[in-house]
Design a protein around this ligand. Structure first.
Ligand code: HEC
Length: 139
């Protein structure tokens, strides 16, 4: 009986930890300003040629900032946007960027979406990124 209660409370505490880890969203300051700055530089070098210097897109390349972009990613784990970029971008050289560089780029996209920065850098670890939900900025 005692063991059952002990196990039950362990499971309960584990659930609490998981819930609190998942409670994070992009409105909670999940990247740093310095990181977004690095991402901005990389964006100019590797992405702007297709997505535009102002992220508004051009030709086949969609906007990376604005209503459509927010709608594409809203409520999804941030790992989805990260993986989409890591695996398929830059479209002319997919897979050429390191995970840390993708994290910097993602930080820049969050900054451009007017989502707040914070004290800790956005991780490049997929498991950690899964615990952050992309939530669009307040209109
Ligand atoms: C050679 C042109 C080109 C370059 C360079 C490029 N992209 Fe793209 N990107 C595209 C095209 C075309 C699409 C849409 C079709 C596709 O997925 O291939 C796209 C789609 C995307 C999407 C999905 C957007 C959405 O809302 O569905 C993201 C995110 C993205 N690109 C990020 C980047 C980032 C970050 C870089 C720089 C590392 C980059 N792209 C460089 C052409 C490019």
């Amino acid at each position: 009986m005692k063991t059952t209660i002990a196990i039950a409370s362990l499971i309960f505490m584990q659930a609490l930890i998981i819930v609190s880890a998942q409670a994070k969203t992009t409105r909670d300051g999940v990247y740093t300003e310095a990181q977004a700055k690095r991402g901005e530089k990389m964006y100019a070098e590797s992405c702007a040629s297709c997505h535009g210097a102002d992220l508004s897109g051009s030709g086949q390349a969609p906007e990376l900032s604005g209503k459509d972009f927010n709608a594409d990613w809203n409520t999804l784990p941030l790992s989805d946007l990260f993986e989409r970029t890591r695996v398929t971008m830059p479209a002319d050289k997919p897979g050429s960027l390191k995970p840390e560089q993708i994290a910097d780029l993602t930080a820049f996209l969050l900054q451009k979406a007017a989502l707040p920065d914070g004290q800790t850098e956005l991780p490049s670890d997929l498991a950690a990124l899964k615990t952050i939900t992309f939530v669009s900025p307040k209109p």
